[in-house]
Design a protein around this ligand. Structure first.
Ligand code: SF4
Length: 265
């Protein structure tokens, strides 16, 4: 495994790695302390708005390859936090991801996860770990809409059941670190009814919300206007829940959410 290329924007540093079979994955250093790592070469979940999974899943990364992304950069970067938020669904490669997780923890790094929550058996295990945060992509509160946006992420009903059951077992301080993400897509899931249903669900589960803006990488989907974004934020806040917004790092054209790829030229 070797570092092939580094690209920089004013905010993020993106690293392209070549693996021993010539596959490529990417990692991003952002916020001055966080390294976002890939867990798979491609992704099987096929979310139509994301280019990371555009070619399907090629293969899982081994724990060594997940750790290798950090090892190759650690002497050059002040990494204090790891985010499993790059290419791939961490729960679909759970054993290798969990091995890497414990290694990072032993090295004193905080570790957070971004996941669709599928498969739910692994989500239950993830939520019990001493993580620094788990953000679960919901993006829609109706079965039909979520199926269109996350076609291979299982049934929403199963995800919610797993969440309800697992949350009951977690202490309050752990529940505080779990968030449901909602990626606002213009004309798709940005209606008032959709957002109200999301706000109600987040309140009912006692979690927080992460309201994300879209990095336009696939032409079919569009980001909302600033004004709409603010309105959505205020509407969700009216449910008395904590709402985290997209940071400028996540919205950056280089290395922002959904922009990593296994075929960068
Ligand atoms: S958004 Fe995440 S889960 Fe969906 S295809 Fe992209 S990498 Fe996979």
């Amino acid at each position: 495994m070797k570092l092939l290329q580094e690209l920089r924007s004013s905010l993020n540093r993106l690293f392209v790695f070549e693996l021993s079979d010539h596959s490529r994955v990417e990692a991003v250093f952002y916020r001055g302390d966080t390294l976002c790592l890939s867990t798979q070469v491609g992704c099987a979940l096929g979310c139509p708005f994301c280019i990371s999974g555009a070619d399907g899943l090629r293969r899982n990364l081994s724990a060594e390859e997940i750790l290798g992304q950090y090892e190759l950069l650690r002497s050059a970067l002040p990494v204090r936090r790891i985010a499993f938020a790059g290419i791939g669904e961490p729960l679909m490669n759970w054993e290798q991801v969990e091995t890497a997780f414990w290694h990072f923890k032993k090295s004193g790094l905080g570790v957070s996860f971004y996941t669709t929550g599928y498969p739910t058996s692994k989500l239950r295990r993830l939520l019990q770990l001493p993580h620094r945060g788990v953000t679960i992509s919901l993006h829609a509160v109706s079965e039909k809409k979520r199926k269109a946006l996350l076609p291979h992420a299982g049934r929403l009903q199963d995800l919610l059941q797993a969440l309800r059951e697992t949350l009951k077992e977690l202490p309050k301080r752990k529940r505080k670190r779990i968030s449901l993400a909602y990626l606002l897509l213009k004309g798709v899931n940005d209606g008032e009814q959709d957002l109200r249903a999301f706000g109600e669900l987040v309140r009912e589960l006692g979690l927080s919300a992460t309201l994300l803006r879209y990095n336009p990488t696939v032409k079919t989907y569009q980001d909302v206007e600033e004004e709409e974004y603010e309105k959505a934020f205020l509407l969700l806040r009216s449910y008395g829940i904590r709402v985290t917004l997209s940071t400028r790092f996540r919205k950056d054209s280089l290395g922002g959410c959904g922009t990593l790829t296994i075929r960068r030229v």
